[in-house]
Design a protein around this ligand. Sequence first.
Ligand code: NAD
Length: 352
Amino acid sequence: MSLSFHYAGSPAHIVFGEGASQNVANWIEKIGCRRALVLSTPQQKGDAEALAATIGPLAVGIFSGAVMHTPVNVTEAAMKMVSESRADCVVSLGGGSTTGLGKAIAYRTDLPQIVIPTTYAGSEVTPILGQTEDGRKTTIKGAKILPEVVIYDASLTIGLPVALSMTSGLNAMAHAVEALYAQDRNPISTLMAIEGLRAFRSALPEILLKPSDLEARAGGLYGAWLCGTVLGTVGMALHHKICHTLGGTFDTPHAETHAIMLPHTAAFNSVAVPELLKPVAEIFGSAVGGGLWDFARSVGAPLALRDIGLTEADLDKASQIAVDNPYWNPRPIDGPSIRALLQDAWEGRRPQ
Ligand code: NAD
């Protein structure tokens, strides 16, 4: 067998364990810091206060204004607090929105980040920052953006609502599915993607049944780490482009959009790369798209774009934007086929 690939492992410290977030103070010291600013959304302010209490004197403040899509004006308000508190690191407690704020601060200051993820979005292990200004979302990639320490503690994810747990898991699975056919994939990214899909295949139904089962919650975080890591290391294609378009232009909710689109984009691409997507068929059912759709339905995830605020009239514009600015995809794309794919996703039809 002839093998030729480039593999670059992430330099981040990855810590797994129930109760591991109790040791944040040790990690702050280990990375040479003494003044941590704790970040959260308004909804998780209480959890951020509890975390700051365990950090003790090394926590110099809490900024609880993180919101979806990292608006620059929120980052500027947080930056003011960074400088007033003379923070020398940030501790981000939450999902992709809070992690995004920590990354935006690190991008501007190079402060180290400790992230404690409480959803399965996977942003904590990518060097990617998406931020919005005047309604436009831009994406930046760079070493400064990648968090230094990630602490996965299942006990902090028990409160993640079940519906969001399911869509967040499906969002992460989309990273893994696209990693399987990425042009720059390597044997390690493929191993991680398959293991990530397997982790969610077993964790999501268990979380649905018993949301406070710590083992099931840990399984979700394990899947999030694997799927997030491949998102950070290989290129994404059609699926992420369409979801970026829908979220950016029509403001559809992030995780739900990914959850609805995944069976459709996977079915579309499986025609071109059936061998590469065979693991998906093996894990979720005999047909790639149909298997993923059945799984999403079985965990109660939304299945139709019309249920998350998109109108049928939006579909023409969405497919136009999705085919503008050509990008690589394993199957060539064209306006009419993307329009048909969006129609199916809008109606919630099961793909083959
Ligand atoms: P989120 O961070 O917006 O969280 C959704 C809501 O759930 C928030 O109100 C949050 O406070 C709450 N929540 C989170 N965890 C909770 C818990 N354990 N208990 C109770 N409530 C909890 O949602 P998300 O899907 O994790 O992140 C979406 C954002 O992340 C988007 O802006 C997306 O673009 C970004 N993202 C970025 C990357 C990247 O690599 N840059 C990757 C994935 C997602």
